[in-house]
Design a binder for this molecule. Structure first.
Ligand SMILES: Cc1cc2nc3c(=O)[nH]c(=O)nc-3n(C[C@H](O)[C@H](O)[C@H](O)COP(=O)(O)OP(=O)(O)OC[C@H]3O[C@@H](n4cnc5c(N)ncnc54)[C@H](O)[C@@H]3O)c2cc1C
Length: 317
């Protein structure tokens, strides 16, 4: 019974993505009757990100379809969902989290499910037509930009680049995809599948340039209008999407021996961090969470609650 396993009566979940949302509802489903608080930096209630580069981006489904639960479900299940609340630190010893907006939130059990953050290229101009895609609002911005523009530059041929490229082609846009590696997705899928993947994109009209990077950005009137690539060609573009690998908010280096330093922390989210199922792989984290004061203690088991998020980990990106 999860209610007996979870230490304390106040579970605070940091992160309002699929993992955090699943953990919150799983707690209720399994009979946990203490407080459940979700703190999410996002402006919107939890939604299903896969739609953002596919059906929603192409305008094939309504906004309501992307949300994981109706707004009323949170009240019904007594899940206190607090949006636009970014956690910037905290104390494990005191059981408190500090919010960017000021103030603190107390917890007995902490679930960290902070997912990933898109990265930008350091030399890319901070321009309104240079976008990244992670949130619902990002997807809406890309969708609007694609309505106005006819040529999309994708920097990065990973999954998100591929999906947006395919969607943009379906919307009748020209797509230039620039990838620094010789074969796209080779690390994830191997060279053969990577080659196949590139050839499928090419057959659909995507201009895939591998082993190529952006050397120079050309702007006019506050927007990027073109790029010079490392192969020396100059290309005109209307919209740019930086689709390079995300930065995990809680990236860890492997350090099993430190698992117990994560007492009271349950993480359901990206791989390579402490997981809720207690795989005992855990270490001090590199991002905001390293501002916690780590202390030792017992590892509370919330395995059942985390079972759904864990299934997502394999494909986390
Ligand atoms: C466009 C797109 C398409 C995708 N398509 C697929 C697909 O087809 N198949 C697939 O398997 N996967 C896909 N993925 C990946 C999948 O969406 C992720 O694996 C999944 O979102 C991970 O869920 P999560 O809850 O762990 O993290 P996230 O969804 O990243 O959620 C993290 C949450 O934490 C919040 N947060 C972060 N830091 C803080 C903080 N300090 N304080 C408070 N809140 C914070 C964020 O605002 C966010 O709400 C896609 C991802 C994207 C972006």
């Amino acid at each position: 019974m999860i209610s007996r396993r979870v230490a304390g009566k106040r579970v605070v979940i940091v992160g309002g993505g699929g993992s955090g949302d699943a953990a919150a509802f799983a707690l209720r489903k399994k009979g946990y009757d203490g407080d459940v608080v979700m703190l999410s930096a996002d402006r919107d209630r939890p939604y299903d990100r896969p739609y953002l580069s596919k059906e929603f981006l192409r305008g094939e489904i309504e906004l309501q379809k992307v949300f994981l639960h109706d707004e009323a479900d949170y009240a019904k299940e007594k899940i206190e969902l607090r949006l636009q609340e970014r956690v910037v630190g905290g104390s494990m010893r005191d059981g408190t989290l500090s919010l960017q907006s000021g103030g603190q939130v107390r917890f007995d059990t902490l679930v960290l499910s902070t997912g990933g953050t898109p990265r930008r290229l350091p030399d890319a101009p901070d321009s309104y037509n240079v976008l990244t895609l992670r949130s619902l609002r990002d997807s809406q911005a890309v969708r609007e930009a694609l309505k106005r523009g006819s040529r999309l530059l994708l920097v990065g041929a990973g999954f998100i680049g591929a999906e947006v490229g395919a969607s943009a082609r379906q919307l009748g846009k020209e797509v230039l995809m620039v990838e620094s590696a010789p074969v796209p997705l080779a690390r994830a899928l191997g060279t053969d599948v990577g080659e196949l993947y590139a050839s499928i994109h090419r057959s659909k009209g995507v201009d895939v340039r591998t082993g190529t990077t952006v050397k120079e950005w050309h702007s006019y009137g506050g927007r990027v209008v073109g790029v010079t690539l490392s192969d020396g060609t100059r290309e005109e573009v209307d919209v740019v999407l930086i689709a390079i690998p995300t930065l995990m908010c809680l990236e860890c280096s492997a350090c099993p021996s430190r698992a117990r330093a994560c007492a009271w922390i349950l993480v359901c989210g990206p791989p390579k961090v402490c997981t809720a199922a207690g795989t005992s792989r855990c270490t001090r984290t590199r991002c905001w969470s390293n501002r916690f004061e780590w202390s030792t203690g017992r590892w509370p088991s919330i395995t059942d609650a985390a079972s759904q998020p864990r299934s997502r980990q394999a494909t986390h990106r």
